[in-house]
Design a protein around this ligand. Structure first.
Ligand SMILES: Cc1cc2nc3c(=O)[nH]c(=O)nc-3n(C[C@H](O)[C@H](O)[C@H](O)COP(=O)(O)OP(=O)(O)OC[C@H]3O[C@@H](n4cnc5c(N)ncnc54)[C@H](O)[C@@H]3O)c2cc1C
Length: 463
């Protein structure tokens, strides 16, 4: 590949996407309801206090209780910015506390509603249909992770079955959208569900992976059968590294079973922040040419950077291990691009979904596909609800296939998800934070910095 040509194509693609973002939303973190996120991203202490607060909100019994927690957490910030100082003063009286509590509860709910499309699949159908009409496919994710009891695992599996049935039934009535429904390997299901293995079993532990795998296998098999019978797609999310091997083995083993040869369409996730992700991809490619070769639907691989960066770094530091993730953001970005190329080159053995809100990462995938002779039909771009809303429309407007990951569930179940989204988007290293700061497009689209320069100059945040 001619790298100069690729950079020039990438820049054109990025510029076109940028130009079709509505001006007011070009800085998604600057929207009115993002004030808290913006403030938090400027102040690490405030950020930590807000995260602890968001965590306790669902457990608060009254507005007074809520405000007491808020002022308590904010009280830990040594020099609060002016709006925070005002909030703390309000917390000194009972009436002030009630008002503050109401505002905080409304704020958290508002923020949650940006990321969560409905309390249950039925409530989400209106949004799913609207998105589809606008040329945006979806994947539903049922919130609630890290199951502790068999009963919870069973309930999660039952909710997944219900979601598959509800969305599949509704999707039959959606209008035709050819760009979202076919690629060169065949038909693409309209109904698409993302599931987490850690929610399908309480036994998923790094020290006894076989037990967790066996326990999750029965529930996952049932879901695969239901998805196959309904003609839906089932996607298995990837979580932290301690469950990576078990999840990967489970998915590849089940999908190679005879009964799943004809379906369903299914997929897994590859995390580019993991240093060993290139080897993982080679394992998956070997499977697709071996045990998985007889399957009618090629496996979809969703490429992401990885959502558990802080956790992986902290876990490694605690044990005195070398971090399994890259510690320099540009290294994750560069690896993401290399994996994008390897995946696109591997078609049609795999279906490729590139998931990111980073304009450079997305534009790189689109440009590489084009310059290697693709017309976009065999490349899917994916974003998260609430973070990629303007981007999803910009991608659809270019005639490209885009899918938005849509969490469904209540506020309590959504808290872990919400905190992860806030953490990653108020991080100094986040693309969206750079975009919000007004970093110019040329810089946003520039290649990830060379490794040597970064190691020499940059402190390694948070370790
Ligand atoms: C549709 C969709 C589905 C997803 N599914 C999953 C999933 O199943 N499993 C999962 O883990 N994640 C998943 N994610 C989340 C994803 O992994 C990222 O957390 C998120 O998309 C942010 O990355 P970005 O490319 O959008 O933004 P960017 O701002 O370009 O990248 C941020 C990412 O860079 C990495 N990073 C941050 N700081 C550093 C550093 N100092 N050194 C090295 N790397 C760093 C982290 O991975 C961080 O999330 C999904 C995302 C999308 C859009």
């Amino acid at each position: 590949m001619d790298e100069a040509r690729l950079e020039s194509e990438l820049f054109d693609v990025g510029r076109r996407l940028w130009d079709s973002l509505p001006a007011a939303t070009r800085n998604p973190l600057k929207a009115a309801d993002d004030k808290a996120m913006e403030l938090a991203s400027q102040d690490a202490e405030l950020k930590a206090a807000l995260f602890r607060f968001v965590d306790v909100v669902p457990a608060c019994r009254s507005l007074d209780d809520l405000a007491r927690h808020l002022t308590g957490f904010l009280g830990e910030v040594e020099t609060p910015p002016p709006p925070v100082a005002v909030a703390m003063k309000m917390g000194n009286t009972r009436a002030g506390r009630a008002a503050l509590g109401a505002a905080a509860a409304a704020g958290v709910k508002h923020m949650a509603h940006r990321f969560i499309v409905g309390e249950n699949p039925k409530a989400a159908l209106g949004t799913l249909r609207e998105l589809w009409k606008d040329g945006v496919a979806t994947s539903v994710d049922l919130l609630g992770e890290a199951t502790v009891t068999q009963g919870e695992a069973q309930r999660y599996a039952a909710r997944c079955t219900e979601a598959l049935e509800t969305v599949s039934a509704a999707a039959r009535g959606w209008p035709e959208r050819p760009a979202l429904e076919r690629d060169s390997a065949g038909a693409l299901p309209r109904a698409n569900l993302s599931v987490k293995v850690s929610a399908l079993t309480p036994l998923l532990r790094p020290d006894a992976p076989e037990r967790g795998k066996r326990d999750a296998a029965d529930r996952l098999r049932e879901l695969l059968r239901r998805a196959r019978d309904l003609g839906a797609h089932l996607h298995i999310d990837m979580e932290s590294l301690d469950s990576r091997e078990a999840v990967l083995e489970l998915v590849l083993e089940l999908l190679a079973e005879d009964e799943f040869r004809a379906g369903p369409s299914a997929g897994m996730v590859l995390q580019a922040y993991l240093r060993d992700s290139p080897q993982t991809l080679e394992e998956v490619l070997e499977w697709s040419g071996g045990a998985g070769a007889a399957r009618e639907h090629p496996l979809t691989v969703r490429l992401v950077k990885g959502a558990y960066w802080d956790h992986e770094v902290a876990e490694a530091a605690q044990h005195g291990w070398t971090a399994p993730v890259f510690e320099v953001k540009a290294d994750s970005d560069r690896n993401f691009e290399q994996l994008t190329r390897r995946l696109l080159d591997a078609r049609p053995a795999l279906r490729v979904a590139v998931a990111s809100h980073n304009l450079r990462s997305l534009a790189h995938a689109i440009a590489y596909d084009r310059l290697s002779g693709g017309d976009g039909a065999d490349l899917e771009l994916q974003v998260l609800r609430g973070l990629g809303d303007p981007l999803q429309h910009a991608i659809a407007a270019q005639g490209l296939r885009v899918r938005t990951y849509c969490p469904v569930g209540d506020l309590v179940a959504g808290m872990a998800y919400l905190v992860r989204r806030l953490l990653e988007n108020t991080s100094n290293e986040s693309f969206l934070a750079d975009q919000a700061k007004g970093v110019p497009l040329e810089q946003l689209l520039a290649p990830p910095a060379a490794p040597a320069a970064i190691v020499a100059d940059e402190p390694r945040g948070g370790i």
